[in-house]
Design a protein around this ligand. Sequence first.
Ligand code: ADP
Ligand code: ADP
Ligand code: MG
Length: 652
Amino acid sequence: MMFRSLLIANRGEIAVRVMWTAKCMGLRTIAVYSDADATAAHVAAADEAHRIGPAAPRESYLNVDAILAAAKESGAEAIHPGYGFLSENAAFAEACAAAKIVFVGPPPKAIRAMGLKDRAKALMAKAGVPVVPGYLGEDQSPALLAAEATKIGFPVLIKAVAGGGGKGMRKVDAAGEFAAALDGAKREAKSAFGDDRVLIEKYVSRPRHIEMQVFGDTKGNAVHLFERDCSLQRRHQKVVEEAPAPGMTAAMRAKMGEAAVKAAKAVGYVGAGTVEFIADASEGLRDDRFWFMEMNTRLQVEHPVTEAITGLDLVEWQLRVAAGEALPKRQEDIRARGHAIEARLYAEDPDKGFLPSVGKLEILRLPEQRNGIRVDAGVREGDEVTIFYDPMIAKVIAWGEAREGAAAKLAAALANTEVAGVHTNAGFLVRALREPDFVAGEIDTGFIERHSAQLMPIRTGPPPHILARAASFIVEERAALHRGGDPWDAHDGFRLAGASTETIEFLVVEKKVAAKIAHRRGGGVSVSIDGREFDTRAHAASAARLSSGAIAVMEGGETWMLSLYDPFAAADAVGAATDRVSTPMPGKIVQVLVKPGDAVKQGQPLAVLEAMKMEHTLSAPADAKVASVDVAPGDQVTDGATVVRFEMEKAA
Ligand code: ADP
Ligand code: ADP
Ligand code: MG
């Protein structure tokens, strides 16, 4: 029998998304939240909400006792774990069962069987599913691992057996780099999963990540809901996902689907799961060149693309199966239509190695949900992106009859997305989706790196029409402030007595740029920069003032931050930019690679920072001599802490 209440042991967009279906099915929805999330979107979306602890996940969203206490207090009959957090935790599933609460997920035994990558691979090989060749042994001595890597043949991939989310993974191209890569992978694995064991795999050439959505029920049925292609990745993590996979033949789909169902059946799978394969696309997709990588025993971030092409609600299926019902459809009744693409909009800085960007979402204008555009968001304007949780802002999904149309639609939707307060990858995604190779379906996991020159943000500062927009914004703002009066009477220093023109100076990439503003009779302004005139009404860019005082101008998914020129601040900024390296975010220093007196070359690694469970290398911005090292391994550091100072040539 269908339960009547559901607690969602998660946060953000997935909690909001699960609640939507639960509500449609008439269930009472119960949210849990940490102190950082007391006013979060998922709390507002629920019928009731319970506090489970402080911001740190370990004390809240990973706190089994607190979640079960909230379930008891609220009388929740079932718990949906979402993804991440406790979704693949067998002990949590068991604790739910012991508390007589339905866990919306597979049986603990299936979670365990697939939980460690090495055991899962061994199990799959035995069941006759093709697996990536490699070393899966117990012996973890560095010398043996290095010898195994050589035996497999470079390039190889080192993976944490307990890995997930691309953490604890290193590609190694040659024997000489193996030892250092192993160190890094083990450190990251230890910190993220508390388990530093690794396996080694052959690095597949022209790799494409293609996964199969599977579903099982308690009656012994198992089906697949076709594939998703998740080859567009950075840091081994997905950014763009789509269904169907470009270039996939019906024969290969049938073979991969069969392998995935076999994998699910081999572990007695119940509920939603994903079987991930890696395919060698060096000669196009071929049905004898794909291998099992891992199985994710939960709902996946990218499930909306499957929903878009099949017209099915995967969360509804999860809830029905968890309530003991049979799968709603048989394999032959599951059909796909059209093409769907999802992009993950992240608070991150593409220009800084996709490092998460924390701060307040001062402006958040997501695309409208119509004409085949779906937006799954877990944050609203004014919310904070913190260091505690995944920095995903939203997922934008586009559906079209054909791939090209879906890609164009998604690019347009993202180009209309306006975010200020944190960096985002919106502009990057727009360029990726419009990149001719992407449009042609020429994708693999190296796509982003290969096209980085075209995909990365423009570093040379905003184009003149963006500056013009900022200048006209300042005039509009003044007009609004002095509504009823004459904006020219504003006492803000710009006024030129009686004149109808003025000059506003911006600081742009450490350079002063002047915008000359002429006021038109009957309203409106024209702005000229370097003698070129702009009618700012002809541009779609929008502008806003942020709490820092800076003006954000947004266009095409890109956000330009402009500040007015201030000679004193400018001198400071230039000095600060070159005489030291600071931490881009809070974290822990795990390695220091230089000492005072060292001469370093541009790009040379100086220290390794661990933040959000990933290692980030801090490198020298230019050739320089190290004057001091201000951190030591093990130090907890804040955002903007000085790591290394350089000797500065004294200006004459
Ligand atoms: P997928 O294969 O669907 O991309 P991932 O393995 O990347 O899934 O993880 C799913 C989501 O859960 C990601 O957004 C990831 O950042 C998040 N996540 C993974 N592990 C944790 C964790 N321990 N705590 C919080 N979020 C997590
Ligand atoms: P995670 O648990 O972090 O998701 P996976 O084993 O699924 O780890 O691998 C993550 C990504 O790394 C894959 O999507 C793929 O891009 C890349 N990858 C994994 N194994 C290989 C391989 N053997 N060859 C090439 N790329 C691989
Ligand atoms: Mg994976």
